[in-house]
Design a protein around this ligand. Structure first.
Ligand code: ATP
Ligand code: MG
Length: 229
């Protein structure tokens, strides 16, 4: 599904060059569930942003379904983002002045869904993440875990093939975090490819493959062995 070839990302702070990613090669198949770990500053968020086409690499090539997306215009990239990717962030990133339902409809407005369909689909998605009873609540009337579930419903709005999550449980209590992971695992079982960045090795173990980054390089990439209970 995705192939990164020698992807590097450099930032310049005055004279100083920071290599956030250093010649990374990576292949992701459809249906995978991957967690990315590594120390702070090792390039995890940078990698997720590049995977989600939110950011362009300084060099290297990114193929999505064999299309070299590093060569596309901004407009084509945003079309690809809308069609393929769903994003979940540590800080939820919901609009405070919109209800849960309205937040979920935002990506559908960009995709030009008719209003009635938007509302129906948003309601269905909120039900799917266990938030059917909170459609009219505003973000500040919801707990952190509830806000993150709304953010997941929003990420699902355009039926993405790949969900990218940066520390999705980072601000949550353990039980709320577990609920988020349960939803992500369920989505993966239904065929959605999922990539999550996390500091928490317990969270990372929910995935099927673990990639470890250090100083912008992949230092380990292996399947996760599940203990048989
Ligand atoms: N916009 C930017 N300008 C300059 N340097 C940046 C920028 N974004 C990231 N960096 C640097 O690139 C490196 C990788 O950053 P990145 O955000 O990918 O790390 P991370 O692994 O996600 O860390 P954390 O676990 O703290 O979120 C860091 O050294 C960071 O300071
Ligand atoms: Mg980060």
């Amino acid at each position: 599904m995705i192939r990164l070839e020698k992807i590097s990302k450099e930032y310049f702070m005055g004279e100083v060059e920071i290599k956030a990613l250093d010649s990374v090669d990576l292949a992701i198949q459809r249906g995978e569930f991957i967690s990315i770990m590594g120390p702070s500053g090792s390039g995890k968020s940078t990698m997720l942003h590049i995977l989600g086409a939110l950011d362009q690499p300084s060099s290297g090539c990114y193929y999505l379904e064999d299309v070299a997306i590093t060569e596309l215009s901004d407009q084509e990239l945003s079309r690809i983002r809308n069609k393929h990717f769903g994003f979940i962030f540590q800080s939820y990133n919901l609009f405070n002045e919109l209800t849960a339902l309205e937040n979920v409809t935002v990506p559908m407005m960009y995709a030009k869904f008719p209003k009635r369909e938007r509302n129906e689909l948003a309601r269905t998605l909120l039900e799917r993440v266990g938030m059917g009873h909170r459609v009219s609540h505003y973000p500040n009337q919801l707990s952190g875990g509830e806000q993150q579930r709304v953010a997941i419903a929003r990420a699902l709005a355009n039926n993405p093939t790949l969900i990218l999550a940066d520390e999705p449980t980072g601000n949550l209590a353990t039980d709320q975090g577990e609920e988020i992971l349960r939803i992500l695992s369920e989505l993966n079982e239904q065929g959605t490819t999922v990539v999550i960045v996390t500091h928490d090795s317990k969270v990372a173990q929910s995935a099927k493959r673990l990639i470890q980054l250090r100083d912008g390089r992949i230092v380990n990439d292996a399947p996760i062995q599940k203990a048989i209970s």
